[in-house]
Design a binder for this molecule. Sequence first.
Ligand code: PLP
Length: 420
Amino acid sequence: MDVYRDQLAAFDPDIFSFIAAEERRQSAGIELIPSENYTYPEVLSALGSVLTNKYSEGYPGRRYYGGQENTDAIENVARERACALFRAQHANVQPLSGSPMNQAVYFGLLAPGDTILAMDLSHGGHLTHGAPVSHMGKVFNFVRYKTEPDGSIDYDRVMELAKANRPKLVLAGHSSYPREYDYAAFRRIADAVGARAMADISHLGGLVAANVLANPLDAGFDVVTTTTHKSLRGPRGGLILCSAELAKTIDSAVFPGLQGGPHMNQVAAAAITFKKAMEAQFLSYARQVLANARTLAGALAAGGAQLVTGGTDNHLMVVNTVESFGLDGRQAEETLDRIGVTVNRQIVPDDQRPPLRPSGIRLGTPASTTRGMVEGDMELLAGWMISALQAPEDTAQLADLHKQVSEFCRQFAVPGVEQS
Ligand SMILES: *Cc1c(COP(=O)(O)O)cnc(C)c1O
């Protein structure tokens, strides 16, 4: 690895210096964006391997190019591990990322114009769940369910919506909903209208793999999708899990339906990630992610932050910064940036403000937990955040807080980055 680093530094000092600067940035601050994580050194090694040279369109045993003895073995291991980890009958490990993964499922199971029942974007749904700006929102007819004012989902109302709109697919999943789902209720709703049930657990993949959150496959879901780079801590990529009955449909929807050659370096890195997720250490990690999130939410609330739904059952939380501190999400994000804490601005349910200046921020604990932070660290962190958000104009205090955050971060190594 180091040999290649030296070669890169010599050949392209511009790009090399940006990578080195990004390593410093990732080490110097606290990462609270709930969809981000620090992957394993083993994954970085596989991603940077010669597997990136290989074309392997098709599936193990049925490829359209020669020389597949190693790629077939790798993809088989990745599929077997994914099935074992999630108790699935079939796994497709080829989606290049989360968005093509969901597109492949929609095109595999549905025809253009068909109806999908999915969570409203401002209530926690993802862009790929039919946002009008997405191509999927134009190709399929999305009908949206919302959360109640207390943040719960009223499954009777979702059932009514389903009966009124007769979707072919009922989609459970989110990228910013802090509560647990009742997957059995979604399954009943799908059954009542003869629809397939799909869950997109992109954010929760690692927590479901570790069995600290419910697995929708246990509730009889037909298809489950997840990214591999969020709480799972692997390479950027997507994973589709499904019943044996749907295996062929899903596989041909990914290739040749949507994608060409898979990225075999990413598939190998995903296989390594699944092996990591089977270890006892990963279970402790997943438990700590949840414990940290509960502590962070509690400490923020005690400091005057208003949390959407009042708290969290998973790894993330949404703070209404307008109501709590009189700051919109962009101002709050920028204030926290100045003390070395990275979050993202976030719309809240039925937000009346524009997406670039929404009413809140979203934060989560997968990345900070990977660095080894525990409950006491979350309390410190909440204190610094509250101080900053209460006095965003106090430059001297912000500078002082930034210093404290930087010193604090030196105790926690970033996997794959040499400590300086
Ligand atoms: C992150 C996410 C995706 C998309 O993943 P990309 O890799 O960014 O394309 C899809 N669905 C949900 C719920 C997500 O959170």
